[in-house]
Design a protein around this ligand. Structure first.
Ligand SMILES: Cc1cc2nc3c(=O)[nH]c(=O)nc-3n(C[C@H](O)[C@H](O)[C@H](O)COP(=O)(O)OP(=O)(O)OC[C@H]3O[C@@H](n4cnc5c(N)ncnc54)[C@H](O)[C@@H]3O)c2cc1C
Ligand SMILES: NC(=O)c1ccc[n+]([C@@H]2O[C@H](COP(=O)([O-])OP(=O)(O)OC[C@H]3O[C@@H](n4cnc5c(N)ncnc54)[C@H](O)[C@@H]3O)[C@@H](O)[C@H]2O)c1
Ligand code: SF4
Ligand code: FES
Length: 815
């Protein structure tokens, strides 16, 4: 029930600005509010900025999550992911989601961000015409690039060029269509824009300048674009990147005053009492910002205001931008174009590809554009913000600190940088704060500095400067030799940690963190589950698994869905079932009013939409083993019918699959592990895209490893060929244990096999005695496994965790 002492805070929007605001609030006043969030996207908060890097192949979607599901739970936040708020009733102080959830609030925070502006030209609704804003757009581009060749990006701004670079990396033929004669006309002057275009053309990007889109052609799907000058471009994909519009309709419909965005004062308060707005959706003093640095400042101010901490309020921000296209360094800030009352100085070297411009008003620096060498960007930007006089230093500012020193000596430049200069614009981190993290807090890697200060955690544009500061303060040796740790809490890598666990006999997550000097005493969502896994792998017969170090799905032994319900997948060995088993599943599905029953890709039955509190009852009624559809363990062994029924079959694929699944179910693995068995080389069970695939041949079996059918499809490598089913068991078990002992936590076999090389794996497994030793260790680990569903059913204290959470302020229709 709602405690009267705690106010109910409802936030609409689960994005970067909103969650940063909450992080501040939770630090300042963790007990004051009961927090509920509605997020239209079915994801926890992720780094939207990094979508450009994901698209360009520089990182993975799973790597850009900023606050994972556990973060919400650990902070007692009720998150409705996949819920779009449709209505705000400012009289009764309630919001209603598109799925009918009603939440009452005392304080409402609008953090709804923006949407891409889609040009209102005929054909814009056709298939293949998208914006670039979220994970879904990224996934669409991945998918399209697999089927089609030609892409057009409309808009030659920051977003358009980053999208175009990503699509080039995906192998597409990319044309950028721009309305004006100069790219990034909102950020660059003519010379910088020209140099940028030349560089991008060298990278393979094509351009159509001074083109106005008139019509997007094609029947159902886009096939071409026509322009107002009667020219035409054939294309299979159109990405619109012509600016953004704040999401403010919801506020407007509720009667909250809006302009270009939701109108707010210096405390981020709208004109309706108790309702605030933060981030791109807000309009402050006539400006809606589209970069995170100002939005994070707004969040900090709002948090202070709501925590009752004195604040001077938010007074607006000067912004700087940096294009995130590898090999192209572009920086721009302030009044870079200049005007009648400004003077400018330029340095242009088209041979080396360097252009620098500073703009002065009186004795103050008011703008700058840098191309090629952007190392001085943060320093120039901080001078602009401070508004101090730069009289007599103009040439030095243009050409770099310490005249006479080589331009290419970045460490010298960093040494001369003032202490209060902001290095990480996104997170407002100064040179002094980074120096302190390195010199006094023991940070010896960029990851550790990120964990300590948040610098480099958003766009990553400041990483070169942070690396330079690391060299400056920790020494050439240190910064060159130190490897990245498993996460920002430690500079230690996986192998060093495991080595220390072994040599020092470390037996718990807490002890490991204490002894190895973790930066964050509680660890984070990356290191805690990793340590938990490594300890379990090393000490299988004595280590007590730490449930709280596991991710939500593994804590509840069910897969959480986007609406907060769970899915139940009972174990069906080898995908082979019986009428009585099917009847039982059907009865349970009816009894618990399961909204959806579906076959999974791994030939199992998935009961979707189950309430958390119904899970133990369902497991009890099913009386089947957990199918572990949620865990880092053996998921499923998919089989074809094999020679039992199929006329092509050479071996009994079903029996082989059932034997494998019964042998290895429940074993913890670094990442999920999928298997399949096909009864002949026709390979109907798709064994060659599994972690371990078994394909029957005449007189034996081929054993394949390291396959993956996900975003990056990878076909398996052939490990070996064997004759008997017993040999299949011997090799599969040895491979499984070798993977358990040698891969990093969360590393799929596809990545691991590529990283360590198939030859090294064959070398480790080829001697029978080595395989036997591995099998013995696997056996010990397997002996400790227990079915989690059964454990929970029979233990009232565990069962208690599944009782419904009383969330005050949450009123479901009909209640
Ligand atoms: C590809 C890309 C690259 C970028 N690169 C940079 C960069 O390098 N540097 C930089 O500073 N900025 C960059 N940005 C901009 C930056 O990501 C945004 O400024 C920032 O994410 C805005 O934060 P926000 O919380 O206001 O909005 P968002 O992060 O968009 O979050 C708003 C959330 O609210 C949800 N929502 C909206 N309406 C509702 C509703 N009615 N109910 C429930 N939920 C709702 C949305 O689905 C969304 O998840 C980039 C943006 C993109 C798309
Ligand atoms: N590196 C970064 O900082 C970064 C990266 C990506 C996105 N973002 C942010 O995301 C938001 C969206 O970026 P954006 O690039 O879409 O916005 P933008 O407004 O910066 O650029 C849009 C560009 O499209 C052009 N344009 C407008 N109408 C056109 C038309 N009909 N045909 C062709 N071109 C047309 C404009 O001239 C402009 O250059 C911005 O707030 C931006 O700051 C920032
Ligand atoms: S893989 Fe071979 S044995 Fe199995 S179903 Fe296909 S054709 Fe039949
Ligand atoms: S400047 Fe963007 S993360 Fe530091």
């Amino acid at each position: 029930m709602h405690t009267p002492a705690r106010k109910r805070l409802v936030m609409i929007g689960n994005g970067m600005a909103g969650i940063r605001f909450l992080e501040h609030l939770l630090k300042l006043s963790p007990e004051s509010y009961e927090i509920t969030i509605f997020g239209a996207e079915p994801h926890p908060n992720y780094n939207r900025i990094m979508l450009s890097t994901v698209l360009a192949g520089g990182t993975d979607i799973s790597e850009i999550v900023l606050n994972d599901w556990n973060w919400y739970e650990d902070n007692g936040i009720k998150l409705y992911a996949g819920h779009r708020v449709q209505h705000i009733d400012i009289e009764s102080r309630r919001v209603v989601s598109d799925q009918g959830v009603v939440a009452a609030y005392d304080v409402l925070v609008m953090a709804t961000g923006s949407s891409p502006y889609m040009l209102p030209v005929p054909g814009a609704a056709k298939e293949g015409v998208i914006g670039f804003r979220d994970i879904k757009d990224c996934e669409t581009m991945f998918e399209v690039s697999r089927k089609y060749k030609k892409a057009a990006v409309i808009g030659g701004g920051l977003l358009g060029l980053e999208a175009a670079r990503g699509l080039l990396n995906l192998g597409m033929d990319v044309t950028v269509i721009h309305l004006h004669g100069e790219l990034m006309d909102r950020q660059l002057d003519s010379p910088a824009s020209r140099m940028l275009k030349r560089e991008l053309q060298n990278q393979g990007m094509k351009f159509l300048m001074n083109k106005q889109t008139e019509y997007i052609g094609g029947r159902k799907r886009v096939t071409h674009i026509t322009f107002t000058d009667d020219t035409l471009l054939e294309t299979d994909l159109v990405v619109m990147a012509v600016g953004i519009r704040p999401n403010m309709e919801l506020a407007k419909d509720a009667g909250i005053p809006v302009g270009r965005g939701i109108l707010v004062n210096d405390y981020m308060s709208t004109q309706v009492e108790g309702i605030y707005a933060v981030g791109e959706c807000a309009e402050h003093r006539g400006i809606s910002y589209g970069l995170v640095a100002p939005l994070y400042k707004q969040g900090a101010v709002l948090a202070k205001h709501l925590a009752g901490v004195p604040t001077e309020g938010y007074h607006g921000s000067m912004t700087s931008t940096k294009l995130k296209v590898s090999g192209v360094n572009v920086f721009s800030a302030g009044e870079f174009k200049g005007s009648e009352d400004t003077r400018s100085m330029c340095y242009q070297d088209e041979v080396e590809g360097i252009y620098k411009k500073i703009v002065l008003r009186g004795d103050k620096l008011v703008g700058s554009v840098l191309f090629g060498d952007t190392g001085d960007g943060p320093m120039l930007f901080s001078l602009m913000k401070s508004g101090e006089s730069v009289a007599g230093r103009e040439k030095e500012l243009l050409l770099g600190y310490a005249p006479g020193k080589s331009q290419a000596d970045p460490v010298q430049r960093l040494a001369a940088m003032p202490d209060d200069e902001i290095v990480c614009g996104c997170n407002g981190v100064s040179k002094a704060a980074i120096a302190d993290a390195i010199s006094n807090k023991g940070c010896t890697t960029v990851g550790a500095i990120k964990a300590c200060t948040k610098a480099t955690g958003s766009c990553g544009g400041c990483k070169p400067v942070v690396e330079g500061l690391l060299t400056l303060y920790a020494g050439e040796e240190a910064s060159v030799n130190v490897k990245e740790g498993i996460c920002g809490c430690t500079p230690l890598g996986r192998d060093e940690i495991i080595q220390s666990m072994k040599s020092m006999g470390l037996k718990s997550v807490k002890e490991t963190m204490n002894v190895l000097g973790w930066g964050e005493p509680e660890g984070c969502s990356k290191c805690r589950p990793a340590l938990n896994y490594y300890l379990g792998m090393l000490w299988p017969d004595s280590y007590e698994d730490e449930g709280e170090s596991r991710i939500t799905n593994e804590r509840y032994h069910a897969n959480i869905q986007k609406d907060g319900t769970y899915s139940v997948v009972p174990r069906i060995y080898g995908g082979v079932t019986s009428p009585s088993e099917l009847k039982k599943i059907a009865e349970v599905a009816e009894r618990y009013e399961v909204p959806l029953v579906k076959f999974t890709g791994g030939q199992r039955l998935d009961l979707l939409g189950v309430k958390k509190e119904d899970l133990p009852g369902m497991w009890e009624d099913l009386d089947m083993a957990s199918g572990y559809a949620y865990g880092k363990t053996l998921r499923t062994v998919k089989t074809c019918v094999g020679n039992t029924f199929c006329r092509f079959g050479t071996q009994d694929a079903m029996a082989m699959g059932v034997r494998l699944e019964k042998a290895y179910e429940r074993i913890n693995t670094p990442s999920k592990f999928k298997m399949a068995v096909s009864g002949c080389p026709r390979n109907c069970a798709e064994a060659t895209i599994k972690d371990f695939g078994v394909v029957a041949i005449d007189g034996g079996w081929e054993l394949h490893v390291g396959g993956n059918g996900g975003v990056k499809v990878r076909a398996t490598d052939l490990l070996c060929t064997v004759r008997t089913e017993d040999e299949v068991m011997e090799w599969s078990g040895a491979f499984l244990q070798y993977y358990r002992e040698n891969a990093s936590w969360n590393e799929r076999t596809a990545h691991w096999v590529e990283r360590v090389g198939l030859d090294s794996i064959i070398e480790a497994l080829k001697q029978p005695e080595d395989r036997q030793a591995l099998l013995k260790r696997l056996e010990i680990a397997l002996e400790q496994t227990r079915d989690p569903w059964k454990e929970i059913i029979h233990d009232p204290s565990l069962r208690k965790n599944f009782e419904p959470l009383a969330v005050s302020g949450m009123i479901h229709p009909g209640e």
